[in-house]
Write a protein that binds this ligand. Structure first.
Ligand code: HCR
Length: 429
C-alpha cells in the first residue's frame, strides 16, 4: 500500500479512470501518477544485461558444455543457445517490467512519445568502438503509438531489433489491461530467434501501488527449429509467488502442438530465481540477483538533438518533478501544439514525415515481389512459418488458427535499416 492510497486525489483518480476506455494516452493523469520518462526509453531494457546478451553470441561447438555445468543433459550448442536466449530474455523481462517499481516505487504513466522522437545511447564494453553495443529507439508512429528499436554489437555479431504497439483498456474492476502487437528478432552468427510479447495488466491499483503482472503465453522460435513456450501467471496460479512463469522447450512447433514431452522445463519467477528439470533432478537455472543491468550511456541534454527524448521533454519532466499541474499542461501543450503544426505543414506541402532508421514493410505484398525488403523481414517470415505464429497485424504471438488471424487483412512490420543509421548525419551516440 503506498502513501497515496487513502488520499482524496487517489480515489478521485480511480473514479476518473473508471470512465476512461481504450487509449490511455488521451487521459490526463494527476501529477503524482505521471512519470518524467518517455516510453521511448523503455526499449533500452533489451540490451541492459550486456553479459547475458553478448554471452549468447559467444556459444560455439568448443565451449557449449561449459555454459551450464549444472545441467548434465545438454547435447548440442543449439540447446545451450536456447537456454542462454531464455536466460537473457528473462533478465530483460525483469528490467522491462519491474525496474520502475523497486524500493517501494510504483508504476506511473510514462510520457507519450511524439512522432520521430528518438532515444539513443551505448553500452561501452572496452576501448574499441566496435565492441560498444549501440541502442537506437525511434517513435515510428504516433497514432497508433509504435516504438521501434535496435540493439547491436558489431564485434560480437549480435543484434536484436523489433517494435511494440500497445493497446490499453481499463476493466470495470479498475484493472489496466495491456495487449501488445509486434515482436523482437534476435540474430547472431547465423542463428535467428523470433520473440513474441506477452500481455500484461497492472495490479495494486486499489492500494495505490500499481505494478505489472504478465499473463498468457509468449514464444521464442529459433531458426534451428526449437521453440520455447512461456506461460505467465501472478500469485496463486502455478505457485504462490508473483511474476511466476513456466517455460517448456520443444524440439519443434509440431511437438509443442502435440503436447509431447519437452526437452526442458524451467519454472520460477522471471524477476527472481528459476529452476530447470534435468532428467528427474531439479537444479538452479537462473538467479537474477547474480546479474546486474549495465546503465546505458546517454549524452548530456545540452549535446542532444531537438528530436532526442530527454531534450524534447526536458521542460515537461521538470514540471512533473515539481508536481506543478499548471506548468505540466503548459509545457506539454507547447510540445503537442508544435507537433500539430508540423503535421499540418507536412499535409499542406504533401511531404509526410519520413522515418529515420526503420522502414515499414508489407509482408504480404513484398512476398509476391522479387525485391523482398531486408534480410530480417525474410527471417521473420521464415520463423513465423516454423512456429505457426501469425504474421498479420494482430496481438503478438497469436496463432494462425485463430479467428483474429483469419479476419485480419494486413501484415506490415517495422524493420531496421542499418544503412540509414550508418549514413545518419544529425543524431550522434
Ligand atoms: C503498461 C505501461 C506502458 C507500456 C509498457 C511496455 C508494454 C511498453 C513496451 C516495452 O517494450 C515493454 C513495456 C514495459 C512497461 O512495463 C509497460 C508499462 C508499465 C506501466 C505503463 C502504464 C501505461 C502505466 C499506467 C499507470 C496508471 C497508474 C495510469
Amino acid at each position: 500500500m503506498s502513501e497515496y492510497s487513502e488520499t482524496v486525489s487517489w480515489s478521485s483518480f480511480l473514479k476518473s479512470i473508471a470512465s476512461v476506455s481504450g487509449d490511455l494516452s488521451s487521459f490526463t493523469a494527476p501529477p503524482f501518477i505521471l512519470s518524467p520518462v518517455s516510453l521511448s526509453e523503455f526499449s533500452q531494457y533489451w540490451g541492459a544485461y550486456q553479459d547475458l546478451f553478448l554471452g549468447v553470441a559467444q556459444i560455439n561447438k568448443q565451449n557449449y558444455e561449459a555454459y551450464y555445468p549444472q545441467i548434465r543433459s545438454i547435447k548440442s550448442p543449439d540447446v545451450t543457445r536456447m537456454l542462454a536466449v531464455l536466460q537473457w530474455y528473462l533478465a530483460t523481462l525483469k528490467c522491462q517490467y519491474t525496474s520502475r517499481t523497486q524500493k517501494g516505487a510504483f508504476e506511473k504513466k510514462p510520457l507519450n512519445p511524439f512522432l520521430g522522437e528518438v532515444f539513443v545511447g551505448k553500452w561501452e564494453n572496452n576501448e574499441s568502438k566496435k565492441s560498444d553495443t549501440i541502442f537506437l529507439s525511434e517513435q515510428v508512429s504516433h497514432h497508433p503509438p509504435v516504438n521501434a528499436f535496435a540493439v547491436f554489437n558489431e564485434e560480437n555479431n549480435i543484434q536484436v531489433q523489433g517494435y511494440s504497439q500497445i493497446k490499453t483498456s481499463f476493466s470495470k474492476t479498475l484493472k489496466l489491461n495491456v495487449k501488445q502487437q509486434g515482436h523482437a528478432i534476435l540474430e547472431t552468427n547465423g542463428n535467428s530467434f523470433l520473440i513474441t510479447f506477452p500481455s500484461l495488466h497492472l495490479e495494486g491499483m486499489l492500494v495505490a501501488a500499481p505494478y505489472v503482472e504478465l499473463e498468457d503465453t509468449s514464444y521464442i522460435q529459433s531458426s534451428c527449429g526449437m521453440i520455447w513456450r512461456i506461460e505467465y501467471s501472478g500469485k496463486g496460479y502455478f505457485s504462490g509467488q508473483k511474476n511466476s512463469f513456466k517455460a517448456n522447450l520443444y524440439k519443434d512447433a509440431k511437438a509443442m502442438e502435440k503436447n509431447e514431452k519437452p526437452i526442458f522445463t524451467v519454472n520460477g519467477q522471471w524477476s527472481g530465481v528459476s529452476t530447470i528439470f534435468d532428467g528427474n533432478k531439479e537444479v538452479l537455472f537462473s538467479d537474477q540477483s547474480k546479474h546486474q543491468p549495465q546503465p546505458l550511456k546517454v549524452k548530456p541534454i545540452e549535446n542532444q538533438h531537438n528530436l532526442e527524448s530527454r531534450k524534447a521533454w526536458d521542460d515537461v519532466a521538470k514540471a512533473i518533478e515539481l508536481g506543478d499541474m499548471k506548468l505540466i499542461s503548459q509545457t506539454k501543450n507547447k510540445l503537442e501544439n508544435n507537433q500539430r503544426e508540423l503535421r499540418k505543414k507536412e499535409a499542406k506541402e504533401k511531404k509526410p514525415w519520413e522515418n529515420r532508421w526503420f522502414k515499414k514493410v508489407d509482408v504480404i505484398k513484398t512476398k509476391t515481389e522479387p525485391d523482398f525488403e531486408g534480410d530480417t523481414i525474410n527471417k521473420l517470415v521464415a520463423l513465423a512459418e516454423l512456429s505457426g505464429i501469425s504474421i498479420k497485424n494482430i496481438q503478438s504471438g497469436s496463432k494462425t488458427g485463430t479467428k483474429e488471424h483469419k479476419k485480419a487483412t494486413t501484415a506490415s512490420h517495422w524493420s531496421f535499416v542499418m544503412d540509414n543509421w550508418l549514413n545518419e548525419k544529425e543524431i550522434t551516440i
